[in-house]
Design a protein around this ligand. Structure first.
Ligand code: NA7
Length: 560
């Protein structure tokens, strides 16, 4: 953990051993792993003015996580006092800023600092990073500067840059427009005519909230989504008290982990029994939620395999669509007009507010940062046919460069934090020799071997080609326009954690410039054991079921 007495040292303002881009979950996790190893010479550059990453960006009405709070939290910072099974944005952001405070991360973060470019300097074996400064006061010091570092780590994530649709006339609209990831809470949507473009994970959370007070709401759907019940509920104070016992808390997390890992087949294997089951559950939910609008049942039922897109969970989306003043619009949008939205049949519908719940530029990893590695090779060139990396964390020709939540590490079935922790532990171990050498005045360069990255990705793509993600009848933010799946991991979390549980030094080319330490054959890191083997698990699952049942019981008691 950070030491308050250790001064940051302003004279080192333009150099650091490690530079991390982004102060979200990944950046914070990486920083904590460095601190655990007693490395304090790092800087986190954050283009925004607050920590929390995506949970600071997405503040739209109804914003919440679709993974249980007990799993959507660091293994080393579990909480007993989550107020809901599915945490809302405010609570997650408070959790994350609490962690930033606890680990003294603020002293390492430079806010309003955007990385424009990073270039590997082969002569000195360092990264030269160009940083732009924003913020009225900050730019009075300097508007930009160059920072040199031995190691560069991207923690910008996959869902960072909002995607605005390529629709004609977006700027012509004279009413209020906003992207879901840039919600303007100064605008009062009560009593207004609202359009929401999109029906993804974000839109299904916004729609029920906006429907409560808008005078009219139109939801523009291009492609239907598989939605399953959410069963969200408050965590009763009795449960919270029980969960303050570490063993009980661990049991609950393990039971949830078991459940999520077992659901992997449902989202990845289109022919599995679980996949069929999801279809049935999804169709039932539509019929139950829209009893008054049976004409919409078919329109809302996808034809592609569940899991090809993220399976959504909601208890209130369909009931909101069932309301009189809410309309599901499936006519194609032709253009945005001055007063509203014109559909392909030429009809213009007027609105006061248009919400673009149109997602993120997910396949353009790291965009718009320009990164140049060995021989001036651009990352954008290496990733020309689609982003790819070794276990999503290291890239050929990019020495001393790490990526968190990088290519092919996204999940459809479990908590991404589990993956991020594995990545951060791995990168901390991998880059340890670079940091140690630097302390001795030696710069070493380390990058994955070309053949290792190539073979790894060939295997990965072979597996992905058979998965639900590859269903050609659906497009998604998991794949490029050409259909290459660049975002998702095909396996379970445990499989991934095991893959990153050791550094095989033979996978890397190490350039020590004739000096430095020999790193050895293999460094064992191990991985966080979240799941129990079934024998022990029976007891633990029993305990956890008791907890959940207890929770339901107390919910009932409270409702009564
Ligand atoms: P998504 O899941 O990428 O959804 C974006 C939605 O916007 C989706 O319904 C799109 O329709 C729709 N869209 C995008 N462009 C257009 C245009 N031009 N016209 C009409 N509709 C359009 O983003 P979310 O923010 O909901 O969720 C992203 C992830 O964040 C989510 O999976 C969670 O992991 C958290 P389409 O389906 O492409 O036909």
């Amino acid at each position: 953990m950070g030491n308050f007495n250790h001064p940051v040292g302003n004279h080192d303002y333009t150099q650091s051993t490690v530079v991390i881009i982004g102060a979200g979950i990944s950046g914070m996790c990486m920083a904590i792993d460095l601190l655990r190893r007693n490395h304090r010479n790092f800087i986190i550059l954050e283009k925004g003015s607050a920590a929390g990453g995506t949970w600071n960006d997405n503040k739209y009405p109804g914003c919440a996580c679709d993974v249980w709070s007990s799993l959507y939290s660091f293994s080393f910072e579990q909480r007993s006092n989550w107020t809901r099974e599915y945490p809302k944005q405010e609570e997650i952001l408070a959790y994350l800023t609490g962690i930033a405070e606890k680990y003294n991360l603020y002293r390492y973060i430079r806010f309003n600092s955007t990385v424009d470019e990073a270039r590997w300097d082969e002569d000195i074996r360092k990264w030269k990073i160009q940083v732009s400064v924003s913020g009225v006061k900050d730019i009075q010091f300097q508007s930009g500067y160059e920072l040199s570092a031995n190691i560069l780590i991207s923690a910008v994530g996959q869902l960072n840059l909002p995607s605005w649709p390529d629709l004609r006339g977006v700027d012509d609209f004279t009413g209020k427009s906003m992207h879901s990831a840039r919600w303007d809470w100064t605008y009062d949507f009560r009593g207004k005519r609202v359009a929401i473009i999109g029906n993804g994970a974000t839109a299904v959370q916004i729609v029920p909230e906006v429907a409560k007070t808008a005078s009219h709401l139109s939801v523009y759907q291009r492609t239907p989504q598989w939605i399953v019940p959410r069963y969200d509920m408050a965590v009763h104070s009795v449960q919270q008290a029980l969960l303050s016992v570490p063993l009980v808390r661990r049991c609950k997390r393990a039971a949830m982990m078991n459940f999520r890992e077992r659901s992997h087949d449902a989202i990845v294997n289109p022919n599995s029994a679980l996949s069929q089951e999801i279809r049935g559950i999804g169709v039932d939910l539509i019929k139950k939620g829209l009893p008054d609008k049976p004409e919409m049942w078919e329109i809302l039922t996808p034809t592609y395999a569940p899991g090809c897109r993220r399976i959504l969970s909601s208890d209130d989306y369909y009931p909101a669509l069932n309301e009189e003043h809410v309309e599901l619009e499936i006519r194609e949008i032709q253009r945005i007009t001055e007063s509203g939205i014109e559909t392909a049949d030429g009809e213009n519908t007027e609105f006061d507010l248009i919400v673009y719940a149109t997602g993120f530029r997910s396949v353009e990893f790291l965009h718009p940062i320009k990164i140049y590695g060995m021989g001036g090779r651009a990352l954008s060139t290496i990733w020309d046919g689609g982003a790819a990396a070794y276990y999503g964390v290291t890239v050929e020709d990019m020495p001393n460069f790490g990526v968190l939540y990088g290519p092919n590490t996204n999940l459809g079935h479990n908590s991404i934090i589990l993956m991020i922790e594995a990545q951060s532990r791995y990168l901390a171990a991998l880059l340890e020799p670079v940091i140690r050498a630097k302390a001795n005045g030696v710069s070493i360069a380390l990058q994955p071997r070309h053949d290792v990255v190539r073979d790894f990705n060939q295997d990965l793509q072979t597996r992905l080609a058979k998965s639900s993600f590859a269903d050609p009848s659906c497009s998604s933010w998991y794949k490029t326009a050409e259909g290459r799946i660049t975002n998702n991991w095909p396996g379970t979390v445990v499989e991934y954690q095991q893959g990153l549980s050791r550094v095989r030094w033979a996978d890397y080319a190490v350039d020590r410039g004739g000096k430095g330490e020999v790193v050895g054959q293999e460094t064992r890191i191990g991985h966080i054991e979240e799941m129990w083997p079934i024998g022990k698990g029976t007891l633990l699952t029993g305990l956890s079921v008791a907890l959940v049942v207890g929770g339901w019981y107390f919910q009932g008691v409270r409702r009564r």
